[in-house]
Ligand binder design. Structure first.
Ligand SMILES: Cc1cc2nc3c(=O)[nH]c(=O)nc-3n(C[C@H](O)[C@H](O)[C@H](O)COP(=O)(O)OP(=O)(O)OC[C@H]3O[C@@H](n4cnc5c(N)ncnc54)[C@H](O)[C@@H]3O)c2cc1C
Length: 370
């Protein structure tokens, strides 16, 4: 069996695994870094997401999770600029913000505004007239809207750019899954794949929803499960909407550049279920069309399923293993992994290089004895 040797071996070729490899090589070009995993896995969350960078729409309290997401949003413009320049690939990225119509926010209107005020989150309340002027295709029933200053990225383009940029920086992407490990005492020596073994000094588990299966091979019990999301993309002309929309059980993300609008999404606890159900997709479009009526007749471009990696407490699992001296985790990014990518990559690179100053206890693998 062939074997290869690296300083760092990352299991998982989604945005999380690739961004760790990409960032590490940016800081320390002499490191030999490998990423294992299928970069085009059809269920992977990284290509299934809507690309909303939405700490303000998603979070309700100012806990460590919110702060981390917010810090990651702040890093986005620089991260994308660097990635486009290294990879020479285009990435659509917008900081036009999100809107929340009163018809969807309902009774939470005051509470939402209080949170935005207390946290000094950039926001505005648009009157019905202002909303009509700035987002003329919104349904009149939407009423007033709250605008918040957050972002959106084309996550597929970002994933492509991370793969290309990583390769340009010298990362080796090996399209093989980890099937086992060679261990000696509390040290991992090699990851085993069907194409041979990959020797490493440090290993990172960043395999999204499949991290739990890798945990099993390592004899750790990771409380992580896949939460299925069905979603679709419809053909709508650019210019119909400049903002992403957070609605009642629905969201709409314009991908622009002729790529139509993404409409999401379900949250289903059904294991590794890859089915895409036509009636569910129609339900998503119908709900979204109550906010943006032009979606009703928009031709369907594609529909899909992706799996969000969710830990029991819905927080990421990031940092050094307590069980193995050369093992690290970055998984459980659940609904916000695209948003968390840049900050997560810096955090994990610092972990691996031994320069991390303030480990976040809320995210620590220790909480699950990993
Ligand atoms: C429908 C949907 C909508 C979403 N929308 C948003 C959004 O708008 N904004 C946002 O911030 N986040 C969103 N998310 C969440 C975000 O997509 C995820 O948190 C993030 O992509 C997780 O990335 P990942 O790299 O950990 O996992 P994944 O992208 O799932 O990648 C896992 C990788 O692990 C590999 N792998 C599997 N098994 C093994 C093995 N044994 N060995 C090696 N590799 C293995 C796979 O091949 C794959 O490459 C959404 C997710 C879904 C599903």
């Amino acid at each position: 069996m062939a074997s290869k040797a690296f300083d760092v071996v990352v299991a998982g070729a989604g945005v999380i695994g690739l961004s760790i490899a990409y960032t590490l090589k940016g800081i320390e070009p002499s490191l030999r870094v490998a990423v294992l995993g299928d970069p085009m896995n059809s269920l992977m969350a990284s290509r299934a997401a809507a690309g909303m960078l939405a700490p303000f729409g998603e979070c309700r309290e100012s806990d460590r999770f919110f702060q981390f997401c917010r810090e990651s949003l702040d890093k986005y413009p620089g991260f994308i600029q660097d990635l486009v320049s290294v990879s020479e690939r285009p990435i659509h990225f917008s900081m036009m913000g999100s809107i929340m119509p009163a018809s969807s926010v309902g009774e939470q209107w005051e509470e939402r505004l209080r949170f935005f005020r207390e946290e000094s989150i950039p926001h505005e309340v648009w009157t019905v007239e202002q909303a009509r002027e700035r987002a003329p295709y919104l349904a009149p029933e939407c009423g007033e809207v709250i605008w918040v200053g957050e972002g959106q990225v084309n996550n597929r383009q970002m994933h492509d750019a991370l793969a290309t940029g990583s390769v340009y920086r010298g990362v080796q992407i090996i399209n093989q899954h980890v099937t086992g490990f060679h261990r000696y005492s509390n040290r991992i020596q090699a990851a085993v794949t069907d194409a041979g073994e990959i020797l490493g000094k440090q290993f990172v588990v960043a395999a999204g929803s499949w991290s739990q299966q890798i945990g099993k091979v390592l004899e750790v019990s990771m409380p992580l499960r896949p939460i299925k999301g069905q979603m679709c993309r419809v053909a709508v002309e650019d210019g119909r909407l400049d903002y992403t929309i957070h609605g009642m059980n629905t969201y709409i993300a314009p991908w622009r550049e002729g790529n139509g609008f993404v409409v999401g999404s379900t949250m289903e606890d059904r294991g590794f279920n890859e089915m895409v159900e036509a009636d569910v997709i129609q339900g998503l479009v119908d709900r979204a069309a109550k906010i943006l009526p032009c979606l009703k007749e928009a031709p369907l471009i594609e529909s899909w399923t992706g799996l969000r990696p969710a830990a029991e407490d819905l927080m990421p699992i990031m940092g050094a293993s307590g069980r193995y001296e050369n093992l690290f985790y970055s998984t459980g990014h659940f609904r916000n992994g695209i948003l968390q990518t840049p900050h997560q990559a810096d955090y994990m690179a610092a972990c691996l290089l031994g320069t991390l100053k303030n480990p976040i206890t809320e995210f620590s693998p220790d909480r699950y004895d990993l």
